[in-house]
Design a binder for this molecule. Structure first.
Ligand code: PAF
Length: 293
């Protein structure tokens, strides 16, 4: 495994992969603090190509003022051990100065779909994500880029950027990896106290219950039943629990049928958590429909 800290060293190692004939490069962008969710992305990357490249970079552009940029975990040597154990070929660990030498001027705008839900609670977040992802895609030049479905709105924004800017890369999202109690894996889970963690599990529990419903109304009632149990806890602050179109992230109407995504976000203690689950909403047969023999 080659670990690079400068863009020049990275470019040399990236070219060497090509020279060795390893043409299908699969990329996993991360902010480090690698967990089982990242490991499963790396394993999928091996199945999808012949070289796996990882970046480890806590991107300041996607954190708002007062968010957890400073305390975000940065266990670099553990992360490199994980990469090594998972057979990663090439790692890029750039500094902020290396990636943003001239500060911030030109950036990518995520548009409307980046300003709702997570984007409404974290203004500028998706602009920051898309700006770094675009830079990394240019540097890494992968054929495939893998992202975790836990950050569903991020995946949808990246996919839309790839479409709108005609980027030559296949974006693939991989299923969320969960703890035995349902909690979606996140590098931020380490901040949860045991009591907060128990509350955090209600997000996944609400989604699981909603996923068994077949109408928008039934899904909402099912999720509310679970969330009602924690909503008066002082440490639990629900931000949103809504059903959206998985591609546009626009809220779906009550009579929606077909694929939808139930997305939730909450602050538990000092930690902001997000989760989501796909729904398959059936058509409700209206009583006025005449049945023919
Ligand atoms: O999902 C993440 O860890 C980050 O948002 C990403 C894609 C690495 C961009 O900084």
């Amino acid at each position: 495994m080659i670990v690079t800290y400068t863009l020049a060293d990275f470019a040399e190692a990236r070219n060497a992969l090509e020279a060795e004939g390893r043409r299908r490069v699969v990329f996993v962008a991360t902010m480090g603090a690698l967990h089982e969710g990242h490991r499963s992305l790396i394993r999928s990357a091996h199945r999808r190509g012949d070289a796996v490249v990882i970046s480890v970079f806590v991107n300041p552009l996607q954190f708002g003022p007062g968010e957890d940029y400073a305390r975000y975990p940065r266990p670099l040597s553990d992360d490199l051990d994980v990469c090594d154990a998972e057979g990663v070929d090439l790692v890029l660990v750039p500094t902020v100065a290396e990636l943003y030498p001239a500060g911030r001027q030109v950036s990518v705008s995520a548009g409307t779909m980046g300003s709702v839900l997570e984007g409404a609670s974290r203004p500028g977040h998706f602009d920051g994500v898309l700006t770094i992802v675009l830079k990394l895609l240019h540097l890494v030049r992968p054929q495939v880029a893998l992202f975790g479905q836990k950050d569903a709105q991020q995946v949808a924004c990246v996919q839309r950027m790839v479409t709108d800017l005609n980027l030559d890369v296949e974006v693939v999202s991989e299923p969320t990896v969960r703890e035995a109690d349902g909690l979606a894996l996140s590098s931020r889970n380490i901040f949860l106290t045991p009591a907060e963690r128990a509350m955090a599990c209600s997000l996944a529990a609400a989604l699981e219950k909603a996923a068994t419903a077949d109408t928008v109304a039934a899904a909402r009632i099912a999720a509310d039943e679970v969330l009602d149990r924690v909503q008066f806890e002082p440490a639990f602050e629900l931000d949103y629990a809504v059903m959206v179109n998985p591609t546009t992230f626009a809220e779906i109407p009550d009579d929606h049928t077909g694929p939808a995504l139930f997305v939730v976000a909450a602050k538990v203690g000092t930690t902001r958590l997000i989760d989501n689950m796909p729904l398959h909403l059936a058509a409700v047969i209206s009583e006025s429909v005449e049945l023919t023999a």
